[in-house]
Design a protein around this ligand. Sequence first.
Ligand SMILES: Cc1cc2nc3c(=O)[nH]c(=O)nc-3n(C[C@H](O)[C@H](O)[C@H](O)COP(=O)(O)OP(=O)(O)OC[C@H]3O[C@@H](n4cnc5c(N)ncnc54)[C@H](O)[C@@H]3O)c2cc1C
Length: 473
Amino acid sequence: MTIELKGMDGAAVQVAPEALAAFKAAFRGPVLAPADAGYEEARKVWNAVIDRRPGLIARCTGTMDVVQAVRFAREHRLLHSVRSGGHNIAGLAVCEGGLMIDMSLLRGVWVDAAERTARAQAGCTLANLDRETQLHGLAAVLGFVSETGIAGLTVGGGFGYLTRQHGWTCDTVLSMEVVTAEAKVVRASETENPELFWALRGGSGNFGIVTSFEYRLFPVGPEILGGAIAWRGEDAAQVLDAFREFSAAAPRELTMVAALRIAPPAPWLPREIHGKPMAAIFVCYSGKPEDGEALLAPLRKIGSPVADIVTRRPYVQMQSLLDATQPKGRRYYWKSHYLGGIGRDAIQLAAEHASRIVSPHSAILMFQIGGALNELPPDHSPAGNRDAEYVLNIAGAWEKPEDDAANIQWAKDTFEAMKPCSTGGTYINFLTQEEGADRIAAAYGRPTLDKLAALKRQWDPDDFFRHTKGLTG
Ligand SMILES: Cc1cc2nc3c(=O)[nH]c(=O)nc-3n(C[C@H](O)[C@H](O)[C@H](O)COP(=O)(O)OP(=O)(O)OC[C@H]3O[C@@H](n4cnc5c(N)ncnc54)[C@H](O)[C@@H]3O)c2cc1C
């Protein structure tokens, strides 16, 4: 039977049965149509606000499958999307009516402990990579929630507990294997296709499909000092002030994250605070635990904490400490700014807008990232934003579609109010569905955007990879 898929220009494309059969014969992994078992699970991404139904899902089992999927999409001029971890807030991984090229079955990791490098396939989650590298007491610079995909995170920039020491995730990548818009397999590194390599370190999914990444690794743990301290919401301003002071003076082995939200019914929090506003600081000290204990002692005595779970723990446990707050299948809407520092205005505004949170799952988060990334030249990689010291994420999260409007409005209001605190820059990976050219331009800055656009014309002149935050800003 002929199937109808959405084309690159939005019009319907008829794919003849023989063409589909030929694609399936050339492709080793499952190719799922809407009626097939497994389709529903494969199409769903982390953010339940995104409810799209691809016409076909091609579940790749190796580089050859990726090549076949790109050839098939090219030949029929199909709209397509690339899914790795499926965690992009804007749902870029899933397209309506087109072909979803699904990388999530590709989870191989190979560690070279002597060289302190790891090659990881693009479908890995952060947890998959951390698990293998921690076997050797090593770690790549990854993000804060272990179920996130390494691929989208890395090609968009990437930051986490090790960023202060080593820079954006993409600054620590050594090479990538890439399937280009012409379905060619190339390597990208400082010495092989260096301009493509540059573009893929922050330029997001606009230049090719990365099948594997080679990361530089760093000695970490396996045991670190980390956890969280929580206070009542009334103390939010005092807690943020302590966060400002401590984080500004902290050595790079210490990374701190501040969170203002409604206390969830988590076992580490006392019952009497459940459902009430709280302020928390998450910490990870990746140097010698005893040094971290001395360093953190004064912070733990600020005000009257209601809970304190800072302890020696495995690094992989620290990497998943926030997971339960970000489950797949909730409705999410984020707005974000980079901050050059935390002033008293930012503290006041954050505390004020946290008091107006409408959902028990939402939060105002400040991630400390300043350090190594500020020392690289502005054009080292498109992730740029070398003046950023903190990431402010206004993270709306809720359960029911009827609550969309109120939660989105809260995030937008908070974002607007806190605009004066921003560097003017933002993180490409945190842009929501409706954020377009002006916010993409803010993420890169004009010189980087122009250079990316020129490389796009060279590597993908037909804008084949278009289900992305594009480079038209
Ligand atoms: C709960 C949560 C926590 C997060 N925490 C952090 C954090 O701590 N630090 C941080 O930096 N970011 C964080 N992020 C943002 C994260 O980096 C982005 O959401 C990123 O897009 C996730 O990657 P993914 O592979 O899961 O993306 P997907 O949704 O699978 O893909 C998103 C897009 O990335 C591109 N892409 C994906 N795979 C490839 C590939 N193989 N080759 C080329 N392009 C590709 C494509 O354009 C694709 O459409 C978080 C996101 C969530 C939802």
